[in-house]
Every structure is written in structure tokens, then in C-alpha cells.
Design a binder for this molecule. Structure first.
Ligand SMILES: Cc1cc2nc3c(=O)[nH]c(=O)nc-3n(C[C@H](O)[C@H](O)[C@H](O)COP(=O)(O)O)c2cc1C
Length: 242
């Protein structure tokens, strides 16, 4: 299990770099056009781009979602993203910390972010399937969740709801019954704000209401037009002849 998770981390990065893993639904950014103001009557230096996000001031309304960690070769990615987040005052997430929970030797590949971004709004990351018992492993305990938070001195915890990804993953977890109840129990017990996120297929309106009733503080709606982790897993399955 330890080596399996570690190996998957590097494969995700390599697949994302080498293949087209974009989500099939388009974000349609080209449909949006700003109306130009020829006489703006505002000084450029007076424009304040800062926003308040979960009681933290970001210098720009930019959020780098959970990406990686869990393999020595991805440490540089996290180091570079952390430097950017620190320099520009952004919010930033680490990838799923399951790898370091099952193998604490991998903790530095995540902790490197806090080292290089001491003031950034840093977000821990655990998968919703890990909160319920799966065929191949038991559910994470609250202590293990706290360990992920402490590993990076997190300001918030992201819970990724990646059941589509797990379904396409050669070694994926297949159980989702009970995840909403587990999420509700988690938000009641964890002291940090909990952010619900998907991994490239988005969140529907109905599920957003369900998530709100589970007590989450924010929903990361990234998914249309970006990378799809289900597409990445499909690619990994294909490369194994599945
Ligand atoms: C290489 C790679 C690894 C990722 N690993 C994780 C992860 O470990 N945990 C997670 O919650 N999301 C992970 N994601 C998903 C992203 O956080 C994000 O949800 C997804 O890319 C959709 O957002 P986008 O439209 O901005 O690309 C990963 C994405 C990529 C490209």
C-alpha cells in the first residue's frame, strides 16, 4: 500500500505533463468579455486586489488548488508553488496527504510548502473515501487527520470527493456510502475550516447544498476546463492494458 500510493503520486504528475487530461466540459472563458472603460477615472496604484478568504487576507483572489506531494521527485513542484504563494500572498493546497499518513518518511514532501510559505494560507488535503472503511483499508482516524493538518501547519483542510477518479483508478476505492455522514462528523470535530473539493469533474448545485448541510466552510468548484483526475486514472489504466 505504501509504495502503491507513492508511485501513484509521480504517475499523476507524469501523466498530466505528457497527456491531454483536460476535463471534457469547457469552462467557456471565451464567452466572457470585459467592457473596456476608455476613461477609467481610477489610479492603477489605488486598485486593491486583496480579498478576505476564511478570515485570512489574500493579496490576490487566486487559489492554487491541491496538486501534489508524496514522492521525492515532486518536492520541487511544491517548493516552487510555495515560493510563489508566499511572494504573491495566495492561498495554496498540498496534494492528498494519504501517502505521508501511511508512510511518515514522505512528510517532508508536503512540509516543504510551509517551510517556503511561512505566511501563506495553506490547505491540508485528505480524500473523502478515506473517511469510510474500504475493502483494502480501514477508515482514517481523527488523529490521522490532525497529523495531516500539523504536518504542514495548515490554515484549512480540503476534503477531496474523488469517487469518479477512484472508479477509474486501477487500484481505486469503490465505496462511497456513508461519506456524507463522515464528512458531517469531521466538520463538527476539526477546528479548522473544511473546504470540499472535487478533482476535476465539478460539484452540482444539489451536492453543494448537501455539502453545506454537512458543515463545510467553502466549496472549490474547479473542474470545468482544467485537469481531470478521472482522465489521468483512465490513462494509467490504459497503460496497464485495462
Ligand atoms: C497532477 C495533478 C495532481 C492532483 N492531485 C490532487 C490531489 O492529490 N488531491 C486533490 O484533491 N486534487 C488533486 N488534483 C486536482 C486539482 O486539485 C483540481 O481539483 C483539478 O485539477 C481541477 O481543477 P482545474 O480545473 O483548476 O484543473 C490534482 C491535479 C493534478 C493536475
Amino acid at each position: 500500500m505504501t509504495d502503491e500510493v507513492r508511485q501513484r503520486k509521480i504517475e499523476h504528475v507524469n501523466v498530466a505533463l505528457g497527456q491531454d487530461v483536460s476535463a471534457p466540459q469547457r469552462a467557456s472563458w471565451s464567452d466572457i468579455q470585459f467592457v473596456h472603460q476608455a476613461l477609467p477615472e481610477v489610479d492603477l496604484d489605488a486598485i486593491d486586489t486583496s480579498v478576505n478568504f476564511l478570515d485570512h487576507t489574500l493579496r490576490y483572489p487566486i487559489f492554487v488548488s491541491s496538486l501534489t506531494g508524496g514522492h521525492p521527485d515532486v518536492m520541487n513542484i511544491n517548493r516552487n508553488l510555495a515560493r510563489a504563494a508566499e511572494q504573491y500572498g495566495l492561498a495554496i493546497g498540498v496534494g492528498s496527504q494519504r501517502a505521508a499518513i501511511v508512510n511518515p518518511d514522505l512528510a517532508p514532501t508536503y512540509a516543504v510548502m510551509r517551510e517556503h510559505a511561512p505566511h501563506a494560507f495553506l490547505i491540508a488535503n485528505i480524500g473523502a473515501p478515506q473517511f469510510i472503511p474500504q475493502a483494502r483499508h480501514v477508515a482514517f482516524t481523527l488523529e490521522q487527520v490532525q497529523c495531516a493538518i500539523d504536518m504542514i501547519g495548515a490554515n484549512a483542510l480540503a476534503v477531496h470527493m474523488n469517487n469518479l477518479q477512484e472508479a477509474a483508478q486501477p487500484e481505486g476505492d469503490r465505496r462511497a456510502v456513508g461519506a456524507a455522514a463522515a464528512l458531517k462528523a469531521l466538520t463538527a470535530q476539526v477546528k479548522l475550516p473544511v473546504i470540499a473539493k472535487e478533482t476535476g469533474a465539478g460539484v452540482s448545485r444539489e451536492q453543494a447544498f448537501l455539502l453545506r448541510s454537512c458543515g463545510v466552510s467553502a466549496i472549490d468548484v474547479g473542474g470545468a476546463g482544467g485537469s481531470s483526475m478521472a482522465a489521468m486514472e483512465a490513462e494509467r489504466s490504459r497503460s496497464r492494458g485495462d
